[in-house]
Ligand binder design. Sequence first.
Ligand code: ADP
Ligand code: MG
Length: 495
Amino acid sequence: MIPSASSASIEPTSVSIEPKTVWSSVLDYVRARTDPQRFSEWFEPCGCLEVAPDHATISAPNVIYKEWIEKHYRALLHEGFTHALGRDPELRIAIVPPTASAVASGAVPPAPAARAAAAATEIGHGTAGATATLAASPKQAATAAPIQIEGYTLNPHYTFENFIVGPSNRLAHAASLAVTESPAQVYNPLFLHGGVGLGKTHLLQAICQEMLKRAGRELTIFYLSCESFVNAYIGSLQKGGNYIELFRERYRQADMLLVDDIHFLANKVAMQEEFFHTFNALYNAQKQIILSSDSTPADIPTLEQRLVSRFKWGLVAEIEPPLYETRVAIIERKARMRGRELPKDVVDFLATRLDTNVREIEGAVVKVLGHAFLENKTIDLAFARSVMRDLGGRPGHVGITDIMNAICTEFRLKLSDLQSAKRSKSIAKPRQIAMYLGRALTGLSLEEIGGHFGGRDHTTVLYAEAKMKELRETDADLRALLDRLTRELQRASAS
Ligand code: ADP
Ligand code: MG
């Protein structure tokens, strides 16, 4: 009934060491090396979500904390973890807004009221979401801690009420609502696909929250990222014995299974086989399956044909980038959710500058509000412009996002390809061109540009820049392409 509670011991994803214990030792380390006021200001609202063999994930209550910690305390925290664990884990910082349930569970400390109110919530990404597993039943929803957390909680803001509907996402939204009304009856599976930051995770979590709200009977819902499904499987294989059976049973008892970012199955043959059986078991038992992906089933590289065809059995709905009116509505809503109204010209400015990705739009709103609060400034057009300049999107100058979009269009790639680890030539070269143009046109640092390409190291950007400079001298076609893209980008940004 509550699979996660009893199966914590078979959940092989990551939690091998109690995060709380490690965190308290890390805090001791950091406390001894920082100013007490700074310490309480920046570290007390944070927590440790998970300690895995190769990485540790810290929670920050909002984007301002995340960025501040990234900038000023990453090295010290890393030292603290290395000291506490006796090994050198990769450090990840996830934004987890404090919710009643999370705070109650001790996974996330409460944020200081003033900052939390002003800086508001999160921008909906980070690593915790990517590795989280959550199981919940409506029975739990009735209690004080409504949702059981295993390293991650449903984002309380990812509800249908908070989802702005427009022509670009109408079908995906309607279908998501429909599966909450008649699970496994109308669309099974429901397959949502679209580029990064367009609301796939939001809709999947909205479905979970809606089910928890309306289900009048016992129901077992699994919401997890494909990555954590894969990790759980690998973990069960490593443990051997009957762990594989337990893994299988666990997911097959779901009434509803939601797997986010299913494209993660690309190139994982054994995992595809495993998922195929899970899918069949659930489908045959008339349980609802909901999947999200950055591309259509057919476009997921090396996805077995039998999975491609199954994923198309129900409804495949695309989410496209929002149109101007929808962007305006999203900006207004995101500001209002944080207790602020933005002037019309600021809303228009943001909606015009940011036209691809809702996550980015939300990030800009959070930045504008956060900076205004921290610097005690009134939000007007000039102020919004100056904040956006910091984001690399100054008017009259080319922003890194413009470059990435232009490259995606030119080479028919997805933004997620540019940001992925993929190294095939058809992706690596456009990525290098984008990095080169980023250096030539934006004034962003190597680190900042690397950050926009899935967190690449500054040396990778440096290498791309040098390589393109060199090729430019000998390859006339490339030179023509670089010149044309530069002209087009400069022209577009000037208008
Ligand atoms: P994806 O999973 O497609 O990469 P997310 O669901 O994480 O994207 O969305 C990124 C951010 O944008 C989230 O904070 C989400 O709340 C917000 N968002 C996306 N689409 C909408 C929408 N239509 N209305 C309101 N917020 C949205
Ligand atoms: Mg997502």
